[in-house]
Design a protein around this ligand. Structure first.
Ligand code: 6PG
Length: 266
């Protein structure tokens, strides 16, 4: 259970004593959204990130979720991916496959990993093409505000520098308005070549969760959640503001240690 939970302006903040409690609640949250999405439109279109997120999702491989979640209805994507071979230690696909997807009965053809045989630019283009096909065939809903895909859930981590997906501070791709998926070749966090969902896609999702643990994120959590101005360069995580969807921050006590708490009340 959360130590603290509050909602404000379509955002929800949940703070946990430790990563174990956070993981339990995160599994419940994902399982509930999966059930609701399948009930509503027959599938659950979920986008994952890399980093610590996958191990924090680990409880989904255990009872009761391994049996109760309708895994066959999951369509799995990556909000960002490192442009490396799928079996490379840096691959976000490999991380998710080893830590989660190989342990639950997902349908292999519903797992949409990137084309790892081409350049970052082409991989981004190919990935957007795949998503466009699934929007056309109505596997993924479309936003009624933008023409962007409306993922049922996009799961993001946040780096100490406030990056989310592969959207890093001061990068031009933060201003991308047309593309759904773009690429970078100069990621400050290795490896350098990555593809990433753009902000319009992230902000068109029905649900976005940002999952943050560790004291090295405390300053960025404070800048973003307490909405400290000016924060220069502005932190990508602050630009995660779903237009109509819900935003939930899952934060452990150490990452929340510098929050002043004035922006949220019980
Ligand atoms: O491919 C990546 O590097 C990630 O998708 C990245 O955006 C990650 O989510 C954050 O860096 C947080 O990572 P940690 O949770 O491990 O700090």
């Amino acid at each position: 259970m959360a130590l603290f939970g509050a909602k404000k302006d379509g955002r929800e903040l949940k703070i946990y004593e430790n990563t174990d409690e956070l993981s339990t609640d995160l599994a419940d949250y994902i399982a509930e959204l999966s059930e609701a999405s399948v009930k509503e439109h027959g599938v659950f279109a979920i986008a994952l990130s890399g980093g610590s997120l996958i191990s924090l999702m680990g409880k989904l491989c255990e009872a009761p979720y391994n049996k109760t979640v309708d895994w066959a209805k999951w369509y799995i994507f990556w909000a960002d991916e490192r442009v490396v071979a799928k079996n490379h230690a840096d691959s976000n696909y490999k991380l998710a496959k080893d830590g989660l997807l190989s342990k639950v009965p997902v349908v292999p053809s519903h797992v949409h990993s990137i084309n790892d045989t081409v350049s970052a630019e082409k991989a981004a283009e190919d990935y957007e093409f795949v998503i466009r096909q699934l929007v056309r065939t109505r596997v993924i809903n479309v936003s009624d505000i933008s023409d962007c895909p409306k993922f049922d859930l996009i799961l993001l981590g946040m780096g100490p520098d406030g990056h989310v997906a592969s959207l890093f501070p001061s990068h031009l791709v933060l201003d991308e308005k047309e593309e759904w998926v773009t690429f970078i070749t100069d990621s400050p966090k290795p490896p350098p070549e990555r593809i990433t969902f753009t902000l319009p896609v992230i902000n068109s999702a029905s649900n976005v969760a940002v999952v943050v643990t560790g004291g090295n994120k405390a300053d960025s959590v404070h800048l973003v959640i307490d909405d400290v101005e000016p924060d220069l360069p502005s932190l990508p995580a602050k630009l995660v503001q779903p237009t109509k969807g819900n935003l939930v921050w899952f934060v452990d006590k150490t990452a929340a240690s510098k929050l002043d708490g004035t922006k949220f009340s019980e």
